[in-house]
Design a protein around this ligand. Structure first.
Ligand SMILES: Nc1ncnc2c1ncn2[C@@H]1O[C@H](COP(=O)(O)OP(=O)(O)OP(=O)(O)O)[C@@H](O)[C@H]1O
Ligand SMILES: [Mg+2]
Length: 292
């Protein structure tokens, strides 16, 4: 994998955080934003690398900066909702209904979380059926894009939590996004699977979503005290160059505790290193964002 493959990184100056309020959008009474939401997918087909944790806490960091943020769960496990204190299995309407049933309104499916400025479009096990049903549909890879198009005027930022696979749900997440963040656990097999992931991004770019950029790769569960973790990070930086964010998210038990409390680490333990890391990551993302 050469770094030249990563060419579409959006490098640019830091950008103003919030659009001015404009007219109301068609669905519901909330004001539309001056600029459509930036949509970022968290993707890595490897399980347990910090996709959901990054979605929740990066989302909370953007909300802290004053953005209106929506988190979309594309994983039938429903952990994104659980981590935010929302019981997704008790919900009548979820992302499944918006994807599969034309009559579903946004307000039926969207949930406000306890964090100000942070909304959730939850998923539950129903979404596993969507993956099977979508296979037979026309434009099956664009189902989520159609939902996201209905949402971009309501939010400044939309983060999509993909499942640990490169199947149709992840392809839908990538097709609906402006860019992708890859959370990468700094352990021995970290680079395994990255070639396949990069090839998948390239294929989505070629066939479905030419604008899809690699926003960056973020080292998660990093333990800088071990030589091993530092060596893995050095190899990742060698392979991916500037695509690797300067911010690393350290390994800390706080990340296991916060979801049990049903809130982001940013509110559970605001002064922790984990909270600081996700705030720093949000600023790095803003700094990489193309200016208007
Ligand atoms: N920086 C960290 N330090 C310690 N534990 C972490 C960290 N980030 C995440 N975790 C924990 O690791 C586990 C997996 O994280 P998470 O659910 O975010 O990964 P994921 O990639 O979304 O998993 P899946 O592929 O199953 O969707 C969780 O128990 C989470 O609390
Ligand atoms: Mg997850």
């Amino acid at each position: 994998m050469s770094t030249s493959d990563l060419g579409t990184l959006g490098a640019a100056s830091a950008q103003a955080l919030r659009g001015d309020r404009a007219s109301s959008d068609r669905e519901g009474g909330r004001p539309a934003r001056a600029r459509p939401a930036r949509v970022i997918a968290m993707a890595n087909q490897k399980g347990g690398v910090g996709k959901t944790t990054t979605t929740i806490n990066l989302g909370a960091a953007f909300a802290e900066l004053g953005e209106r943020v929506l988190l979309i769960d594309m994983d039938p496990q429903g952990s994104l909702g659980v981590g935010l204190g929302v019981e997704p299995h008790a919900r009548e309407a979820t992302v499944y209904n918006l994807l599969m049933q034309d009559g579903t309104t946004l307000d039926e499916a969207l949930v406000a979380t306890r964090t100000e400025g942070l909304d959730l479009l939850p998923a539950n096990i129903d979404l596993a059926a969507a993956e099977l049903l979508l296979v037979q549909e026309t434009a099956r890879e664009q189902a989520l894009s159609r939902v996201v198009q209905r949402l971009v005027s309501r939010y400044d930022r939309i983060l999509i939590d993909c499942p640990p696979s490169l199947g149709l749900l992840t392809i839908n997440g990538l097709t609906a996004s402006d860019s992708v963040i890859v959370p990468l656990e700094c352990e021995y097999f970290a680079l395994r699977g990255m070639t396949l992931l990069m090839q998948t991004l390239e294929r989505v770019r070629d066939r479905l979503n030419p604008q899809l950029a690699l926003e960056g790769i973020v080292a998660t569960m990093f333990d800088g005290r071990t030589l091993h973790a530092r060596e893995v990070l050095a190899r990742v930086e060698e392979a991916f160059g500037d695509a690797v964010f300067n911010t690393q998210v350290n390994k800390t038990i706080r990340f296991a505790e916060a979801p049990v409390a049903g809130e982001p680490i940013l509110s559970y333990d605001p002064d922790s290193r984990g909270s600081t890391a996700y705030r720093d990551l949000a600023l790095e993302v803003l700094a990489r964002e193309p200016s208007l």
